[in-house]
Design a protein around this ligand. Structure first.
Ligand code: FA5
Length: 346
């Protein structure tokens, strides 16, 4: 058996030496190391040999296998090198050509806007906090003065999670807004708080040019002694100036959200028509950009903040909508349709 292995070794090596094309290396590998090769047959047949012979033949066959594998690897390398050398000689490979630049990715336009808005509020002393996308009904609704059966629940078309408690309730959902984080943050710390919460929100609604089912919001709120509506207006006015430019006018009007009192909506004058009225602003001259208000005393009481001592403001804005306004994007669905012609513009 030993002689047979020696013979195999010298035959394999002399054939390997004579190879100079990569395709021949593959057939050599099949012939000498493949499943049907003589060496593999020897290794498979070890079990039938007497113990002594099994040991010595096994060791020799394994050593030969390792030797052939190593020789093949060395040969592959030298064949590759001589291929390159031949290509250079023939002038087919020009090593002086500049390399191909690797394709660089970039931040998604929604992420860019999200970071930009966070930076504006960070510069005003706000802190960034994040919260869960899968939320309890309590935080998304009840704690925000929206009990079951309250008609305000219709303002947020909800995706409920298929999870049932022992008493048959289904209290888990995908958050419809970032406002639940008002409660979570206030529950976990004492005033003063000044926080912004960027994150994804989910709504069970049909998409159109201005509505997505999954989009980003940024919540902001501040609670302390003596915070007034003037602080809310001042903060949001400064934000709009930094994002949209000095020349934009801002308008506050009453609006309804159950967790603020009073509630307001903020609009900027339409940048397309400068307030004259056009199709973008539906002829009104104004474009609504966010909802806001003074934190409702019942919300403060629920987290054990004394509304006689502390007051606060809160606001919530849609990130993609801000990009649409700033860059004149006409359809929100462009953000998530993965069209590189759109994405590469940012
Ligand atoms: C809210 O979600 C309130 N939580 C905002 C709030 C916070 C009010 C704190 C008061 C105090 P609303 O549903 O209007 O409100 O959404 C807020 C913003 O999200 C809107 O102004 C808009 O910019 C954006 N938005 C709403 N629905 C969509 C949608 N389907 N697609 C994209 N953006 C949306």
């Amino acid at each position: 058996m030993k002689d047979k292995l020696d013979e195999l070794r010298s035959k394999a090596i002399s054939e390997l030496d004579s190879i100079d094309a990569p395709s021949d290396l593959d057939s050599w590998r099949v012939r000498y190391l493949g499943r049907k090769s003589a060496l593999t047959q020897v290794l498979r047949g070890l079990a039938t040999l007497p113990l002594e012979e099994k040991r010595s033949v096994g060791a020799a066959a394994n050593e030969l296998r390792a030797f052939l594998e190593k020789s093949l690897a060395l040969k592959e390398e030298s064949v590759r090198e001589s291929e390159v050398a031949r290509s250079i000689e023939r002038g087919r490979l020009d090593v002086t050509l500049p390399g191909r630049p690797p394709a660089l990715g970039r931040l998604h336009p929604a992420t860019q806007m999200l970071r930009h808005i966070c930076d504006i509020f960070l510069s005003m002393g706000f802190e960034v906090v994040e919260g869960p996308d899968v939320e309890w009904e309590y935080y998304n609704f009840d704690a925000l003065n929206i009990p079951p059966d309250h008609p305000a629940r219709d303002m947020w078309d909800t995706l409920w999670i298929d999870f049932e408690t022992e008493d048959g309730q289904r209290p888990m959902l995908l958050r419809t807004h970032t406002s639940p984080m008002q409660i979570r943050v206030m529950e976990s710390r004492l005033p003063p708080v000044r926080v912004i919460v960027p994150g994804k929100v989910y709504r069970y609604e049909a998409t159109d040019a201005t509505h997505e089912a999954i989009f980003y919001q940024i919540e902001g709120f501040a609670v302390d002694r003596n915070i007034t509506l003037a602080d809310l207006k001042g903060t949001l006015f400064e934000f709009a100036k930094q994002l949209f430019g000095e020349e934009r006018k801002v308008r506050f009007r009453c609006d309804y959200f159950p967790f603020v009192e009073p509630g307001v909506e903020m609009a900027i004058d339409c940048f397309a028509c400068n307030g004259a009225g056009c199709s973008l602003c539906s002829g009104s001259g104004w474009i609504e950009i966010l909802g806001a208000g003074m934190v409702h005393p019942d919300v403060l009481r629920r987290v054990n903040y004394d509304p006689e001592v502390y007051t606060g403001f809160a606001f919530g804005l849609g990130v993609e909508r801000m990009s649409m306004l700033k860059y004149g994007i006409e359809d929100i669905r462009l953000f998530y349709s993965n069209d590189l012609r759109f994405l590469r513009q940012f």
